[in-house]
Design a binder for this molecule. Structure first.
Ligand code: MHF
Ligand SMILES: O=c1ccn([C@H]2C[C@H](O)[C@@H](COP(=O)(O)O)O2)c(=O)[nH]1
Length: 277
């Protein structure tokens, strides 16, 4: 995870002070890329403890097509609480766009199922894309997230906006475009989540996991995370752990929490940080 730590240092060294929607303020750069070869270990940050349980449940929740935080709450995951309505609604966020994109002619498009079919039928295609960015349901930035969700719009516009898969030499690679990245809190979650998704899709497509490439737009460190970032930069990373998936799972939508086993995860202690809403 040296590339992740290098990005934190790069933001500190070259970033610009920039105000933001949440009022916290950030140091920010525009445009950066990280690449992880999934054969070399699972990219979990080791310079703090990663809360993998939240990441796995969030990914299973996206894949289920659900957008109410009820599932997350039942599994003790609180990471989306601040953005939801009192009924737990987030509006048509990731799950809705991935699994039931509403077309103007009334059709519902399951982008993930179509992706799985296309990977099998035309692995060489250059069109293996899933988009969560849907201008028809973007929130009004002058309103609070829960107000937008109550109005049937997305509580937050997707941060992980669009991803593409690529098959070569029997390996499945994934590239994500992330328009906005909270480099201390959100980014380690996003790296782990898409690495898992790539491994899961590789397994059900009879491919080996390849690279996960992450292209970032506004990559920022919130001003109230500077101490935490500096603590992390003083720590030496450990070797990467390995992720074992239950090899019996052949259906992407059949994975359960118990099917994930992170092996040999050595990490430094947890570092707490406030989240900007
Ligand atoms: N400012 C901001 N940063 C984000 O990363 C973010 C948002 N907002 N809004 C939507 C989602 C929610 N995400 C979150 C929310 C909270 C944590 C967080 O507090 N992580 C703690 C562990 C908490 C837990 O898992 O229970 C951490 O130490 O990583 C991480 C990602 C990612 N996204
Ligand atoms: O998966 C995620 C979701 C959100 N974030 C961060 C990026 C920003 O700090 C906020 C979203 O605020 P915007 O004003 O809509 O950009 O959440 C993330 O890093 N990863």
């Amino acid at each position: 995870m040296k590339n992740y730590l290098d990005l934190l240092q790069h933001i500190l060294d070259t970033g610009t002070r920039k105000e933001d929607r949440t009022g916290t303020g950030t140091i920010s750069v525009f445009g950066a890329q990280l690449r992880f070869d999934l054969a070399r270990g699972f990219p979990a940050v080791t310079t703090k403890k990663l809360h993998l349980k939240s990441i796995i449940h969030e990914l299973l929740w996206f894949l289920s097509g659900e957008t109410n935080i009820d599932y997350l709450k039942r599994h003790g995951v609180t990471i989306w609480d601040e953005w939801a309505t009192p009924d737990g609604e987030l509006g048509p966020v990731y799950g809705a766009q991935w699994r039931s994109w509403q077309a103007h002619d009334g059709r519902t498009i399951d982008q993930v199922t179509e992706l799985l079919r296309d990977l099998r039928e035309r692995p060489d295609s250059r069109r293996h894309i899933v988009s969560a960015w849907n201008p028809a349901v973007l929130p009004d930035e002058s309103r609070r997230p829960a107000e937008n969700a109550a109005a049937g719009l997305q509580a937050l516009p997707p941060c992980h906006t669009l991803f593409q898969f690529y098959v070569a030499d029997g390996r499945l690679s994934c590239q994500l475009y992330q328009r906005s990245a909270d480099a201390f809190l959100g980014l380690p979650f996003n790296i782990a989540s898409y690495s898992l998704l790539t491994m899961m899709i590789a397994q059900v497509s009879d491919l080996e996991p390849g690279d996960f490439v992450l292209s970032l737009g506004d990559a920022h460190i919130y001003l109230n995370h500077l101490d935490q970032v500096n603590t992390q930069l003083q720590r030496d990373p450990y070797p990467l752990p390995r992720m074992r998936l239950n090899p019996e799972r052949r259906d992407l939508f059949g994975f359960r929490y118990e099917d994930f086993d992170l092996v040999d995860y050595r990490h430094h202690p947890v570092i707490r940080a406030p989240i900007s809403v």
